[in-house]
Design a protein around this ligand. Structure first.
Ligand code: C5P
Length: 221
């Protein structure tokens, strides 16, 4: 029935933050909780999809029926996405670190007593979404997310073109830490595609997830 519209489809989802090592005990991270991506994985599995959820470091339970692959860094996430192919749909919800430390130290960095501060040289991480869009094994439907704090829709429209995604789902993550979309339980999004913008008003993340997954299922028919 209508509730199993994704039966036979493989959906790959990335979620959560990435951690980029500085040394064995320190890392660069971000405020992504993974909640929206996990909710999308749960909704897709409920609609009958085979779901591979590639999760950065978060303490969330694996949704029922979902195959979870845990990763830490952006490069591990990129490898896990490649290993998960082929797929019918990819939904890249993870807040991937744009940069990593060029040469992560193999021993803990120490204060040397002279007040010298170690410099951190950053290099760019692979863009998993853009890479997947350009891949010969590109899934039929590729959905990216955009966390913006201003000019949300124009930024999403340029991201759609720059990355080659079919949809960019934009949310406004401005607001004080602890009272924001990142980490919070609610979200409001704009689904931006070549054919226009559909806005889903503020709702609990599981409801936003169901609405997104319904639209994904309809797009595949
Ligand atoms: O460019 P920006 O980071 O805002 O793009 C966000 C979208 O791109 C999200 O879908 C995110 O999962 C994806 N992304 C990625 N790899 C990166 C950076 C972002 O897959 N290195």
């Amino acid at each position: 029935g209508a509730s199993r519209l994704l039966l036979g489809r493989h959906v790959v989802i990335t979620a959560g933050p990435t951690h980029e090592a500085i040394d064995p005990v320190r890392y660069i991270a971000n405020r992504s909780s993974g909640k929206q991506g996990f909710a999308i994985a749960e909704a897709a599995a409920r609609m009958g999809a085979q779901v591979t959820l590639i999760a950065g470091p978060v303490q969330l339970p694996t949704p029922p029926g979902v195959t979870r692959v845990n990763v830490e860094s952006a490069r591990q996430m990129a490898d896990a996405v490649q290993s998960a192919l082929p797929a019918d749909v990819a939904v890249m919800v993870a807040a991937v670190a744009d940069w990593r430390v060029a040469d992560a130290a193999t021993q803990k960095l120490k204060k040397d007593g002279t007040g010298q501060i170690p410099p951190l040289y950053l290099v760019e991480n692979p863009d998993i979404l853009a890479g997947l869009c350009a891949d010969p094994r590109r899934p039929r439907l590729v959905v990216g997310f955009a966390a913006e704090t201003q000019d949300v829709i124009p930024h999403a429209q340029s991201k759609l073109i720059r990355k080659g995604a079919d949809w960019i789902i934009a949310n406004d993550v401005s607001g004080a830490p602890g009272n924001s979309v990142m980490g919070g339980d609610r979200n409001a999004v704009h689904i931006v595609s070549a054919s226009g913008v559909e806005s889903l008003p503020d709702a609990p993340k599981p409801a936003i997830a169901s609405a997104i997954v319904e639209r994904i299922a309809r797009a595949l028919v």
